[in-house]
Design a protein around this ligand. Structure first.
Ligand code: AMP
Ligand code: ZN
Length: 495
């Protein structure tokens, strides 16, 4: 199996990936809190792990990909106090909380499908795992690592650290600094220490999502669901845990504390964090009011956009940077991506039609080596901490040779049959299976377009140039051009 290096947030360096169980990968990614529409920032993070899932599978790993749905416990403000995000929305929209959950889970699925994401192997919900969470709280109390206070249960950071834990090790935060940063908040007095976090919260009567527990009516703390669900479906120690950079602290830090306290093992071998999608350098977020909804992009309905962009253009735009760098969203950047993506897409259209023809022509060793280098280069780039940016550069080198063959500037036999077939097969494989790109609807059926090209040929032969122009204009209006080559007539996306 090919090697893949992953930047592990825990060790702060790139490590060669070695699975817990040979040939298998357990991958857990924190899913959305389903109280509003997913925005493009969220999409970027889930895209990172879609690429990881696809790439690991393509290498031959059997991957169990678990991505949860947070449908309870995530409070407004991300802390231990305040309203539940879903409960708040339910009140606002006068809906049953599970209607809110269903509505935005449906939206999430629709968006992921539009962007051609693979579904995960398991998609568990927090409310579907209340029994596991209550059991985990009991275990932590029994172990002396959590305590009850006024119907809530808190994880005891000091006990954890005294017992060898290292709270802060993932995010690199120092306990003393954290303490200094902590403001006294309402209800903080329930805690022995301000840094302790809730694993079960007592619910006031007006809190609409609540369940019975040994500590009274309440609901689970946000961090606990991920510990319980990852342990249930992937085991006490699993391979990779992912999420956006902003989940490192406190969410993932708390997951480590809970998981290792429950089982005695560090729950995760490799922590991966995707960087933020920004707008004018600022994190895209609903609360900052600078978020874009996918639907706004597909319709071009946003003041910062001067046109509509297709889902694959946006997917490609995000893949043009490696997941650990920030990516700034702008109309100009998208325009550039649309052009580049259309070039690759045209290559995808034509490569499928290219066939090997044996000829007497000598092999062009330099070009053959260049093609082979580009194929290996793509694998090396993805294997180097999912560097899709560099991978795409190699795909463009492959495209150059595909275009040369298509334009009759190079014969397929000059590459040798094996290299030609590799060029064709790998281009399709990289484009569709690994990068998850695909051809999009263009509003007109392919067979209709073919028919129009036949007419175009006939009109041209009969010198009916006004008709020829009409057909050309139709293609142009739909973002296409007619490729009138000596040896064939075809259409392509306008680049
Ligand atoms: P949430 O539903 O808010 O918990 O977010 C779902 C996922 O999207 C989490 O992994 C977040 O880290 C991630 N996320 C939120 N905002 C952004 C952003 N601007 N860029 C990239 N990822 C984001
Ligand atoms: Zn989580």
């Amino acid at each position: 199996m090919r090697e893949i290096k992953i930047f592990n947030t825990l060790s702060r360096k790139k490590e060669v990936f070695e699975p817990v169980v040979e040939g298998h990968v357990g991958l857990y990614v924190c899913g959305p809190t389903v109280y509003n529409n997913v925005h493009l920032g969220n999409v970027r993070t889930f895209l990172t792990f879609d690429i990881l899932f696809r790439y690991l599978k393509s290498l031959g790993y059997k991957v169990r990909y678990v991505r949860n749905i947070t449908d309870v416990g995530h409070l407004v403000g991300d802390g231990d106090e305040g309203e539940d995000k879903i409960g708040k929305m339910a009140k606002l929209e006068k809906l049953e909380p599970m209607e809110v959950v269903q509505r935005y889970t449906n939206d999430f699925h629709k968006v992921l499908e539009e962007f051609n994401f693979l579904p995960p192997s398991v998609e568990p919900t927090a409310t579907g795992h209340l029994i596991e969470q209550i059991e985990a709280v009991k275990t932590l109390i029994d172990k002396g690592l959590a305590y009850e206070s006024k119907g809530s249960v808190y994880f005891d950071i000091h006990k954890y650290n005294e017992g060898g834990g290292d709270y802060g090790k993932l995010s690199g935060r120092v306990l003393e600094d954290l303490l200094n940063e902590t403001r006294e908040l309402d209800g903080q007095s329930e805690k022995r220490n301000p840094l302790d976090f809730a694993i079960w919260k007592n619910a006031s009567p007006e809190h609409i999502m609540q369940w019975p527990s040994p500590w009274g009516m309440g609901f689970p703390g946000w961090h606990l669901e991920c510990s319980c669900m990852s342990q249930k479906y992937l085991g006490d120690q699993f391979d990779i845990h992912g999420g956006g950079m902003d989940l490192k602290f406190p969410h993932h830090e708390c997951e480590i504390a809970q998981g290792s306290s429950l089982t005695g093992k560090d729950p995760v071998k490799y922590w991966m964090h995707s960087n933020m999608l920004t707008v004018n350098g600022q994190k895209m977020s609903k609360s900052l009011g600078n978020s874009f909804l996918p639907a706004e992009l597909f319709a071009g309905a946003h003041e910062l956009l001067d046109q509509a962009y297709s889902p694959m253009t946006v997917r490609f735009f995000m893949l043009q940077s490696q997941y650990r760098s920030t990516l700034d969203f702008s109309n100009d950047a998208l325009k550039g991506s649309q052009k580049a993506f259309r070039r690759l897409l045209n290559g995808f259209r034509i490569v499928k039609t290219l066939e090997f023809e044996a000829s007497e022509a000598a092999t062009d060793e330099k070009k053959k080596a260049d093609v082979e280098k580009a194929i290996e280069g793509f694998y090396d780039a993805l294997g180097d901490d999912l560097n899709t940016a560099v991978g795409i550069a190699h795909l463009f080198t492959m495209l150059k040779y595909i275009n040369m063959i298509y334009m009759n500037q190079l014969s397929a036999s000059a590459l040798g049959e094996d290299t030609f077939q590799a060029l064709k097969g790998k281009y399709i494989h990289f484009f569709t299976d690994i990068l998850g790109l695909k051809e999009e609807e263009n509003g007109t059926d392919e067979s209709v377009l073919r028919g129009m090209l036949e007419l175009y040929k006939e009109y041209k032969l009969n010198r009916a140039f006004d008709k020829v122009d009409q057909i050309r204009a139709y293609f142009a209006e739909n973002g296409m051009v007619i490729k009138d080559l000596k040896h064939r007539i075809d259409w392509a996306w306008a680049e």
